[in-house]
Design a protein around this ligand. Structure first.
Ligand code: SAH
Ligand code: SF4
Length: 358
């Protein structure tokens, strides 16, 4: 039997194991402190735990830690971390400062974007993550560790990450069985201590799992990658729209909204000549009103090998204005991190291709 990783265990599970071992309960607290505040990468670092206990822990659990394969971007700008996992798989996390350091002042508020799968099975036509297909789900600890490893690298021992977005490589709700335990650990007072409202799950629209997430007790935020406000337009670029057409998707979103209050964002990447026509604005506005959702417009990033282009700035602004005229709370993302390939999956793809050429 393979050993579970210690960072896939809840406080309660560790307590039970320590009771079996007749370890005092303060040892649980010490261990949890090393795991989450200390971001320990090895048992040896846990110097206030007796050697015999550390050995026993090592025989019972793994303590995975991702290896940094590549880092791009300077501190106080958008940074990308490419991780190599135990089986050699490459995944990425992106760290985005809250206020881009226009004048070079350090920013201590950051959003981290994490991956949930190696590759992606959903094959959206504009996305780099799906280009090489799906390889595997990330395990609980592989999701959790992205947060801890970035904070450890950023140093200082304090909190660097105030917001978490589950928008990296992969479809998070397709990996529900590992995603939810990971989010609960990151949210727990004994774990990552990140408020549920500071955690946003982005999905391409897995309607049944959206309903399931709505039934969880935690108030996670939901971002829905809409990218088209009619079945015709959405279906052209997102194959998942055949399985869960807009009617079904929006009914699930409505259910989420009703259970959670105002917590939905509609993501809408603008692609020239595909979904930026002003005819898409009225149906998008109707949807946003019905779901009481914000709309986040994102000019699409160029992906090597894909034909899509971002609309001109004038066309972007015109689309935004059309939504605003219909009283939609909309924002247009003016680039952060575009230069270092911050769109999901792109760093991994480039690096893998580079390795293949070597
Ligand atoms: N699978 C999930 C989360 C990962 S994708 C989802 O689809 O929501 C995260 C976001 O990046 C999605 O909104 C996705 O549509 C967007 N994205 C993918 N390719 C992009 C590109 N080339 N330019 C801009 N955004 C892109
Ligand atoms: Fe997968 Fe999301 Fe990319 Fe679509 S946009 S291929 S669901 S990662």
């Amino acid at each position: 039997m393979t050993r579970p990783d210690i960072r896939s265990q809840t406080e309660r599970e560790i307590q039970r194991q320590f009771e079996v071992w007749r370890e005092p309960s303060y040892r649980v607290r010490q261990l949890l402190h090393w795991l989450y505040a200390g971001r320990a990468a090895s048992w040896d670092e846990m110097t206030n735990l007796p050697k015999s206990l550390r050995q026993r822990l090592g025989e019972t659990y793994t303590l995975a830690w991702p290896e940094l394969a590549r880092r791009q971007g300077a501190r106080d700008t958008t940074q990308k971390f490419l991780w190599r996992l135990a089986d050699g798989a490459l995944i990425e996390s992106v760290l985005i400062p809250a206020s881009p350091a226009l004048y070079g002042e350090p920013s201590d508020r950051h959003t981290l974007c994490v991956s949930t799968q190696v590759g992606c099975a959903y094959g959206c036509k504009f996305c780099a993550s799906g280009l090489d297909g799906w390889k595997r789900h990330l395990r609980v600890e592989e999701i959790v560790n992205q947060v801890l490893a970035v904070e450890r690298l950023e140093g200082g021992g304090g909190r660097t990450i105030n917001n978490l977005v589950i928008m990296g490589m992969g479809e998070p709700l397709a990996n529900y069985e590992n995603l939810l335990p990971a989010l609960r650990i990151l949210n727990a007072p004994w774990g990552g201590k990140l408020g549920a409202r500071k955690i946003t799950v982005s999905t391409s629209g897995l309607a049944p799992q959206i309903r399931r997430l709505a039934d969880e007790p935690q108030q996670f935020r939901l971002a829905v990658s809409l990218h088209g406000a009619t079945d015709q337009t959405r279906g052209r670029i997102m194959p998942i729209n055949k399985k869960y057409p807009l009617g079904e998707l929006t009914a699930a979103c409505e259910y989420y909204q009703e259970k959670k209050g105002r917590m939905i964002t509609l993501e809408y990447i603008l692609i020239a000549g595909v979904n930026d026509g002003l005819d898409q604005a009225p149906p998008l506005a109707r949807l946003a009103h019905r779901l009481r959702a914000r709309v986040n417009l994102i000019p699409c990033n160029k992906v090597e090998g894909l034909p899509w282009e971002r609309p001109s700035e004038a066309a972007q602004e015109a689309f935004l204005a059309a939504l605003e005229r219909q009283k939609v709370a909309a924002t247009l993302r003016r680039e952060k991190g575009g230069e270092i390939d911050a769109a999901c999956g792109q760093l991994r793809l480039k690096t893998e291709r580079m390795f293949q050429r070597l």
